[in-house]
Ligand binder design. Structure first.
Ligand code: SF4
Length: 270
């Protein structure tokens, strides 16, 4: 197949349009999403001061959106379930916490998040660690929706034939208390404010080598981060310039250098 053929380009364009985010992601808005609790201070800071670039290729987030659109279609007319419910909570420090749940079972009071995972992601999620990963996100969703809810992952294993019969699984999650997760939100948003009110930039993410490296660059930056084009830690690691002026001076063109490390088809979970 020729990737440049008209039908192929039209198809990609239609999919990207169908997956466009409907909310606001303008910079400077003090809204903090449930998923940001798992992000580093540097990523959260960069999200606050930079405009998101429009997507020109289909990646894992589009795969997640396509999957969610299918879930919405299946459950939209079933009164037992609510799809895509967004809830917000205002904090005293001026920030608003926001989170949209995939599906809520009103009868059994369960918040359900759908995941399409690799074999490794499937195993990791099954560790069910209260203070890590999806457990943190789901604690945030419970905070937003009410203590009467429990939470669960509904996981699809995309591990191919290696997945054997272990393709689909439900997992009820162990959660930290509402007080603990609320404090996490307060701490994370205060941290962003501290950096915004100073000339300092948060330090390089401390776990960038967790996923190994590709051509000498951390795989986490290449595969998992939307901010590598504007991240001083990634763009010019040898200079180590981490002040605000450095980021302000980045012209849009410079923010999108021809990245020799670009990975066209990243494989990761959402
Ligand atoms: S590019 Fe790397 S160091 Fe920079 S914010 Fe992303 S993950 Fe962190």
């Amino acid at each position: 197949m020729n990737k440049n053929s008209t039908w192929s380009q039209d198809l990609d364009e239609a999919i990207l349009k169908g997956c466009q985010y409907s909310g606001s992601r303008a910079k400077g808005i003090k809204t903090f999403s449930a998923s940001q609790l798992n992000a580093s201070p540097l990523q959260n800071y960069l999200k606050m001061i930079t405009e998101p670039k429009s997507k020109d290729s289909i990646g894992a987030s589009e795969l997640g959106t396509i999957f969610q659109l299918g879930i919405d279609e299946i459950f939209k007319d079933n009164p037992r379930y609510i799809v895509a419910r967004r809830k917000e909570l205002k904090l005293e420090n001026g920030w608003t916490i926001s989170g949209e749940t995939d599906l809520i079972d009103l009868q059994e009071k369960v918040i359900i998040d759908f995941k399409v995972l690799s074999l490794g992601g499937f195993k990791n999620a099954n560790k069910n660690l209260m203070y890590e990963g999806y457990n943190v996100n789901m604690a945030a969703y419970r905070l937003l929706n009410g203590e009467e809810y429990s939470t669960a992952l509904s996981m699809f294993n995309k591990g191919g034939s290696a997945a054997k019969n272990n393709v689909y699984q439900h997992l009820e999650l162990d959660l930290m208390s509402n007080e603990e997760v609320l404090q996490k939100f307060i701490d994370a948003t205060n941290t962003i404010d501290e950096y915004l009110n100073s000339d300092k930039v948060p330090p390089e993410c401390d776990n960038i080598w967790q996923y190994g490296k590709s051509n000498g660059k951390p795989s986490k930056c290449l595969l998992y981060c939307d901010y590598r084009d504007v991240c001083p830690a990634f763009s010019m690691p040898s200079q180590g310039t981490m002040d605000r002026n450095f980021i302000n001076d980045l012209e849009p063109k410079k923010r999108k250098p021809k990245n020799p490390y670009a990975v066209e088809t990243p494989v990761y979970d959402f």
